[in-house]
Design a protein around this ligand. Structure first.
Ligand code: ADP
Ligand code: MG
Length: 300
């Protein structure tokens, strides 16, 4: 399989992406027409309340779940139409996946280096190359001295770092991580984010991280917020990361509201509550601005 590596094209393009889960007669619309573009080499975070569709999006992009409608292109692969056989290779070569539960990422009876080698064995990499690359990756995540340790002999944070190396074993262009720092302390979380940044720099890997941790969002290029299965706002980094004060989120990021392809936008919930906006608004274009005011009936 040839992975599309055309550098000018975005790596991920989702348009009007829909995912519906059916349980008996009940339908849950986890993604409700989501638009998202991710450039190659980007380090970005996805935030949003519980149930907003973050995991669903990651599972769809990871090839673990089939989208229901819309379009999802990753590295030239159309995830709505991809045949089952190609999907198996897609999961092995195009994406790496890191789960929040450390236990789900590693095989408990294999050492760190053996865990990193497993995906390469499946891929058919030669033993010598395998060993060399696994060592390089473990050094990259700062665990050169833990190569021969079993998962139980490592801390949760160290296990997550091994998991990152496993995710990169076949050098995929896209690394997906669902709450990778959800069960580690702040210092370890920062360390893990520094590793993600190095990976984008050293290998050009595109990294998408689901997180609810505001302190960590200051460490990425872009933060996209998902609300009710759609992207609602996004924050772009304006200045270089302030390493002296990485918690200084507002000075480094500027927030935008995202429009979908038809020009629809979602009003911030706080603003709607504050202005008592219900179902209708008045909209005027004035001097290079658009003003949105509560309609008379909604303020009653
Ligand atoms: P998040 O990761 O942002 O918390 P999820 O993507 O897990 O959100 O879930 C989004 C919505 O889809 C929720 O309403 C959830 O209940 C529903 N959902 C997620 N996975 C499934 C599933 N396998 N079957 C049925 N409903 C699901
Ligand atoms: Mg989730």
């Amino acid at each position: 399989m040839s992975v599309d590596i055309s550098p000018s094209e975005p790596l991920v393009v989702c348009e009007n992406l829909v995912k519906i889960y059916k349980i008996q007669d009940l339908e849950a619309m986890a993604l409700q027409g989501l638009d998202l573009t991710v450039q190659r080499g980007e380090l970005m975070a996805i935030v949003g309340n519980s149930g907003s569709g973050k995991t669903t999006l990651l599972n769809v992009l990871g090839g673990l779940d089939r989208p229901s409608a819309g379009s999802a292109m990753v590295a030239g692969y159309n995830l709505l139409k991809i045949p089952e056989r190609t999907l198996v290779r897609y999961k092995r070569e195009v994406v790496g996946f890191i789960w929040q539960q450390t236990s789900r990422n590693l095989i408990p009876y294999l050492t760190a280096i053996q865990n990193v080698e497993v995906p390469m064995i499946v891929h058919g990499t030669s033993p010598r190359k395998r060993r060399e690359w696994a060592k390089e990756l473990l050094a990259e995540v700062g665990l050169a001295d833990r190569m021969h340790h079993l998962p139980v002999q490592m801390s949760g944070g160290q296990q997550q770092r091994v998991a990152i190396a496993v995710g990169l074993a076949n050098n995929p262009p896209l690394l997906l991580a669902d709450e990778p720092t959800g069960s580690v302390d702040t210092a370890t979380a920062n360390l893990i984010f520094d590793i993600f940044r190095r990976l984008t720099q050293n290998y050009g890997t595109t990294v998408m991280i689901v997180t609810h941790d505001r302190t960590v969002t200051a460490r990425v290029d872009r933060v996209v917020q998902i609300r009710d299965g759609k992207t609602s706002t996004e924050s772009l980094r304006r200045t270089a990361i302030n390493l002296d004060d990485p918690l200084d989120f507002n000075s480094t990021h500027e927030e935008y509201v995202v429009l979908d392809n038809a020009g629809r936008l979602q009003l911030p919930r706080e603003a709607m509550e504050q202005l008592n906006i219900k179902r209708k608004v008045k909209l005027d274009v004035v001097e290079g601005k658009i003003e949105i005011r509560p309609a008379e009936e909604s303020s009653k």
